[in-house]
Design a protein around this ligand. Structure first.
Ligand SMILES: Cc1cc2nc3c(=O)[nH]c(=O)nc-3n(C[C@H](O)[C@H](O)[C@H](O)COP(=O)(O)OP(=O)(O)OC[C@H]3O[C@@H](n4cnc5c(N)ncnc54)[C@H](O)[C@@H]3O)c2cc1C
Length: 426
């Protein structure tokens, strides 16, 4: 695991409202709940618990939002990856239950931002773009699902021409606009919620990598200089977590990278994205983009590179961006960064238990901004003994990849290649 590293180099780190500066964990501490990891899953869990009156300690190896939560594309996307598998296991009402859960994270984000006055450039509006005919068919199915479930926000199918006039590129053959999805300055959202959790009594320890958990009637979370003994532990380390043997090999850590241009001129904005929509293509090895509040184009995609060299990221991502927007060939790239997305083989988020009082939540694939907020609520319920939604996920057995821990990079590269072929010919 990467330890005690600053989060630098990203557009988000450069434009964060105020960096956090919580002290490292020292000495023997006590809490009702100890949460490991201060990304969206951990912070959302801590905030839900603190609001319910629990004494919560969050222990983070680096800084709040250092992982995927402070680096991602900021796209708030409906649905839960692998939801059809969970729905099938729930029988007749499964589809309806999973549909409701697939949008619950949006409401939590909306409500948190309002309640705690979090300044994070939250905007609503999203475009699913189609590359192949089968994507258009899938969009019509999505439209039917939105109609069937009485989706309360505006949505509509757009033709190729309408799509071109909306986002100024000929790369796509149509799109589905959905004003219920949106985008956000992800690091400011994460830090804003961390501050909210602290305002409600939670304690956050930064620069404190957890070395191990001593299991027992009251598990003990141990770092280099301290420990937290708690009634419950929630592990929220996602693709950066390696301390618990049981969680190794449950999912791939797929790298995703983003570049941010210099601020675009008004004229450029008027063809690239005048309505300020988040845009995402339908591939597994996908590309996604949106405007930042200061009118930069943030363009992201997945690939096999596993390092963090901004030069390599630029060289990898610029050709992808120029295939969509050749007009930006002379535009300067100011930021380039990446992070790890936790992708379970069966795509179902992994909420489960290691023992009766140590739980975990991880593996949301590309829907983590939304689903982590739901997961935090479910983990808080679980601690309170309300297991209904937790069990829906915990009862789905993860597919374990033998050797994934030792051969993770090679296996991930193979997996990405498999999906690239599927995207193209599937
Ligand atoms: C580049 C990129 C783009 C993405 N784009 C999108 C998007 O547009 N929309 C979307 O919905 N999703 C997106 N995702 C996925 C989404 O960001 C994640 O699913 C989500 O942020 C996961 O949150 P998390 O809290 O579970 O994990 P993380 O945010 O990764 O947090 C885990 C934290 O645990 C800490 N930790 C790990 N081990 C230990 C330990 N032993 N001790 C203490 N702390 C530990 C880490 O330091 C880290 O801070 C993207 C991801 C990436 C990387």
């Amino acid at each position: 695991m990467q330890q005690a590293q600053p989060h630098t180099g990203s557009y988000y780190a450069a434009t964060v409202n105020k960096v956090t500066d919580y002290a490292p964990l020292r000495g023997a501490q006590n809490a009702d709940v100890c949460v490991i990891g201060a990304g969206f899953t951990g912070i959302s869990t801590a905030l839900h618990l603190a609001e319910r009156g629990y004494k919560v300690h969050v222990v983070e190896a680096n800084k709040v939002g250092w992982g995927a939560s402070g680096r991602n594309g900021g796209q708030i996307i409906g649905g839960i990856s692998g939801e059809e598998k969970v729905a099938r296991s729930l029988g007749q009402d499964g589809e309806r239950i999973m549909w409701q859960m697939g949008w619950a994270g949006h409401d939590i984000i909306r409500e948190r931002v309002e309640t705690y006055g979090i300044d994070c450039d939250l905007k609503w509006g999203y475009l699913d773009v189609a590359i192949r005919q089968r994507h258009l068919r899938e969009q019509h199915e999505q439209l039917e699902a939105l109609e069937k479930h009485g989706f309360p926000h505006e949505y509509k199918i757009l033709s190729r021409e309408e799509t071109v006039s909306l986002i100024g590129t000929e790369a796509y053959i149509g799109s589905l606009m959905n004003m219920g999805n949106g985008h956000v300055h992800t690091l400011n959202l994460c830090i804003g919620q961390a501050r909210a959790a602290v305002s409600r009594g939670a304690t956050i320890f930064e620069q404190s990598p957890v070395l191990r958990i001593e299991h027992g009637a009251r598990p003990r979370v141990i770092t280099g200089q301290g420990s937290v003994t708690a009634d419950f532990v929630v592990i929220a380390g996602n693709a950066y977590h390696f301390i618990e043997r049981k969680l190794r090999g449950n999912m791939f850590a797929v790298n995703s990278f983003i570049i941010a241009t210099e601020p675009l001129s008004e004229e450029q904005v008027s063809f690239v994205n005048p309505q300020d929509l988040a845009v995402c293509d339908p591939n597994f090895v996908l590309e996604y983009f949106r405007m930042s509040a200061d009118k930069r184009l943030l363009f992201g995609g997945r690939c096999n590179y596993s390092g963090s060299d901004p030069g390599v990221i630029k060289r990898t991502m610029i050709p992808k961006m120029l295939r969509v927007y050749p007009q930006l060939a002379k535009t300067r790239i100011d930021y380039a960064w990446g992070g790890r997305v936790g992708v379970p083989i069966n795509r179902v988020p992994q909420l489960g238990r290691i023992s009766s009082n140590v739980f975990y939540s991880q593996g949301y694939s590309g829907h983590g901004v939304n689903v982590t907020h739901l997961a935090g609520q479910i983990m808080a319920d679980t601690v309170a003994g309300i297991l209904e939604r937790f069990d829906m996920f915990a009862n789905i057995k993860p597919v374990v990849i033998p050797g994934a821990h030792s051969f993770g990079k090679q296996l991930t590269a193979l997996g990405v290649l498999y999906y690239q072929i599927k995207d193209r010919f599937g």
